[in-house]
Design a binder for this molecule. Structure first.
Ligand SMILES: C[S@@+](CC[C@H](N)C(=O)[O-])C[C@H]1O[C@@H](n2cnc3c(N)ncnc32)[C@H](O)[C@@H]1O
Length: 227
């Protein structure tokens, strides 16, 4: 290769590294391999900080409900949700990594949980097999999704007329949250409300007292739902 071509090749590689391949599909921000995710997600300090029991209580789940856990990871929330909606309700545990869904299926078998359906979603569409979701839930997930507005619009198709979206997410404007040095992973309350509004949802319940100074916990309902 001539020196000129070598320099051109290097320049192209740098551009691709910086800006990605032109026309390439969306990607996951802050991605990890399956084993690393499971280890990270189930660290005892993390489990304690997630306040799972209190979050589940505030979601107001009832037996018979249809719930979607978006970006379910290791199933930390899917399992208690499944118990709360049993015996007739069900949980769609959605993730884009098959390895994590395999782990959820394995835990379900070990713990005899029969009402979780694992769903392999796409980066911009959860691909839930139904349109009757009564509560869609995100914990610590939206910041990993590159096209947050498109994802929420796609999600709206699977939610029933009175269904809701509950979202726990780091607050860009909170003083003590994590990822302060990675602004691309932080979303503000204003951005969230805007994307939700474009997807047809508005805030109906605030739970921001649960994670003071770090995370937002908001429940959104359809703007079209009767009060
Ligand atoms: C920080 S983990 C949170 C897991 C779980 N919600 C919890 O709190 O333990 C983020 C998860 O989101 C998943 N994820 C990232 N992008 C996604 C997308 N576009 N659709 C669905 N899941 C996604 C990742 O694979 C990972 O399992």
């Amino acid at each position: 290769m001539s020196h000129k071509n070598h320099v051109r090749g290097l320049a192209l590689a740098v551009l691709v590294l910086l800006f990605g391949v032109p026309g390439a599909r969306a990607f996951q921000l802050g991605s990890r391999v399956t084993e690393e995710w499971i280890k990270t997600l189930e660290r005892p300090e993390r489990l304690k900080a997630q306040k799972v029991d209190e979050v589940i209580r505030r979601l107001g789940l009832k037996p018979g409900m249809v719930v979607a856990d978006l970006g379910a990871g290791s199933g930390l929330f899917s399992r208690p949700m499944a118990k709360a909606v049993a015996p007739s309700g069900k949980v769609y545990a959605v993730d884009i990594q098959q390895g994590l869904l395999d782990y959820i299926d394995k835990r379900d078998k070990e713990e005899k949980i029969e009402n979780i359906t694992s769903v392999l979603g796409e980066l911009d569409d959860p691909k839930i097999p139904g349109n009757d979701v009564e509560l869609a839930f995100f914990n610590d997930v939206l910041h990993h999704i590159e096209h947050r507005d498109a994802y929420l619009k796609a999600l709206a198709k699977y939610i029933g007329p009175t269904g809701k979206i509950a979202l726990i997410e780091m607050d860009k404007n909170a003083p003590h949250g994590s990822h302060r040095n990675q602004p691309e992973l932080l979303v503000s309350r204003e951005q969230l409300d805007q994307w939700m509004s474009e997807a047809g949802f508005q805030p109906v319940k605030e739970n921001n007292d649960l994670f003071p100074g770090t995370k937002l916990f908001i429940i959104y309902g359809r703007k079209s739902a009767k009060k």
